[in-house]
Design a protein around this ligand. Sequence first.
Ligand code: TRP
Length: 443
Amino acid sequence: MAQGSELASNSPREHWGGRAGFVLAAIGSAVGLGNMWRFSYLAAENGGAAFVLLYLAFTLVIGLPVLLAELVVGRGAQRGPVRALAHFGGAGWGSLGILFVGAGFVILAYYSVIAGWTFRYAAVGLLSGFAADSGTTFEAIASSPQAILWHLGFMALTGWIVAYGVRAGIERSALILMPSLFVIVLGLAFYAATLNGGDEGYAYFLRLDVGKLWNADVLAAAAGQAFFSLSLGMGAMLTFASYLDRSHHLPNESLTIAGADFGVAFVAGLVVFPMIFALGLQDEVGESTVGALFITLPHAFEVMGGVGRVIGVFFFAALVVGALTSAVSVLEVVVATCIDEFGWSRPVASGTSSAAIAALGILPARSLEILGWMDQLAGNILLIAGGLGLAIFVGWVMDDPVREVSVGASGVRWFGLWRVLLRSAVPLGLLLVLANALRNLIG
Ligand code: TRP
C-alpha cells in the first residue's frame, strides 16, 4: 500500500488541543460502568481484597503493555484501527481492525442500555426519591418499554458529542465531565467513611486472604476486568492516540491513564463496601451480576433517608458521566473508521453509526438475557481476542515497535521488558482467559 501518498491525500487530521484533553478523554474512556458496577460486583463475588490485588497486578502486567501498544499503533499511523493496522502490517491485518469495529457495535449496543438505566435512576432519585422495593423497581426499569427510550436518549447524546469532533466534542466534554466525576467519587468516599458499621466493609475490601489468590476463576475474572476497565482490545485507545502528535511521551500517558483507572475503581470500592456493610445488605450483593449496583445500592440510599437521596443522586450522576465518556470512545472507533473508509463527513458518520447501534440495542433493552449474553460475548471473548491479536501484532509482526514508542520518550529503560511481555506473558495470559471463557460458554 502506498501509505505516504494516501496519508497526504486526505484532509488534515484532527488533533487534540492539549495534553490534558487527551489524557482526560482517555481516562474518560477507561473510567465507566466497569469501575463502579462491574468492579464492585466482581470484587464482592471473588473474595474482596484478593481480587483487588490480582486486578492491580494484571493491570500492570497485561493492561499496561497492551495500552501502550494501542497508543503506539494509533499515534504512529494517524488513522483509525483498520487503516492503522494495515499501515504497519499490510492489508490482512486490517481485518483485525474490522473485529474491533464489530466489538464496538456489540459493546455500545448493550452498554448504552445499562447507561440508560443509570440515567433513569439518577432522574428518579432526583425527582421522587429511591423506592423501598428496589428489586421490583429494578425489574420495572430494566424491562419496561421505557428502557428503550432511555437507551435511545443516551445514544443520541453520545452521537451528538461525537458529531462535534475531537476537540469541540470529545475533548471539551472530557475536560468538564471527568474532573466532576473525580470530585463526586472522592466526596462519596469521605461520606462513606463517616458511616457507623462500615469497618467490616473496609475489611472485606482490603484485608487479604492469601488462600483466595490461587483460584482459576478469580484469576480469570481479575485479568478480564483489568482489560475491560482499560477499554482495551477494540481500538478505542488506538483511535484516541491517532489524534496525538509525535511529541507525546506515550509511556507516561499510559501510566497516568492506568493509574487513574485503578484509582477510581479503588475509591469506588471505598464507597460501595462500607456503605453496603454499614446497612447490613452484604447478602444481597453477588446474587446477580447487576445486583450490587442497581438493587442493593438504591436500597441502601432509601434506608439512609434524605441524605441517602442526595448521595444516591450524586452516585448515579457520576455513573452517567463515566458511562457517557466511555460510550463516546466506543462510538469514535466506528465513526473514525467510517470517515477513513467511506469518506463520510463526521456528522453523517456519527448519525449513521449511532442510529445503527441504537437499533441493535433495542434487543438488549427488551431482554436482560440478551444483554447478559452480549456482555459475555464482548467482555470475555471479543475484547480478549482483539487484545490478543494486538499483542501478537505489536510483539511479533510490527517492524520496530521500540523505535516507534521511543519517539517523544527516549531513554525509558523498560521498553525491552514491554516488548518481552507483549511477546510472552500477555498473549499467554489472554489465551488462558479466552480458553476459560470458551469453556464456561460451552459448559
Ligand atoms: N472501560 C469502560 C468501563 O470501564 C468500558 C469499556 C470496555 C470500554 N471496553 C471498552 C469503553 C472499549 C470503550 C472502549 O466502563
